[in-house]
Design a protein around this ligand. Sequence first.
Ligand code: SF4
Ligand code: FES
Length: 246
Amino acid sequence: MRLTVQVWRQAGPAEPGRFEQHELAALSPQLSILDLLDRLNESLVDAGREPVAVESDCREGVCGACGVTVDGRPHGPQGGLPTCLQGLASFADGATVSIEPLRSAAFPVVRDLVVDRSALDRLIQAGGHVAVDAGTAADANALPVPTDVAEQALDFAACIGCGACVAACPNGAAHLFAGAKLLHLADLPNPAQERSRRALEMTAQLEADFGPCSLYGECAQVCPAGIPLRAVAAVPRERLRSRFRR
Ligand code: SF4
Ligand code: FES
């Protein structure tokens, strides 16, 4: 198949950006969008030009490093998949595809398709972790965790931290991400003593870096980890709970 690719080029955070158009032919529909960018970069390098900067790591939907906006949608046209698993089969032969960075005020462009997602890291530093001494592995095995609690923790631990939810939100809110982190740890017995501190510090950081949630629901539509919209409701609920506990 043949595609016309309009790719965002931006030399640095303070430089102006623009779309650059390239024609790519003899593409297999089995290729992913990252493979498409690899093909484009090979042709740019062969021509003595700078390749397009793009982030990736696992290329199997686990790490959250990839993430671009394809035809205006974070990750691409196929719902529930990260960029690395989005196949070219969803485009018609001869189509024009636009590829640009994840767009959000909290994610400034570093170069081309690479954005700075350290605002998500600051949220994790604020409370999305376990800081108490939870004992050794043997201690952990001695602490029964009800199946429904363990399953909730695992469901919400599925968030890969890609940031697509933030880019999809008209307000630039990160409530789906923050809610997933809160629900991942909320009911587990070991970090129970941290629950109130976590909720207060994470929600304060959420307000510092991201926009407010207006329940548009766009976030859950693009989430490759299937984090449900009810994670958003966990943010005000956990904060309220913490205030009463104090
Ligand atoms: S909640 Fe979903 S879209 Fe948001 S960072 Fe986690 S995996 Fe990505
Ligand atoms: S490169 Fe790891 S999730 Fe896409």
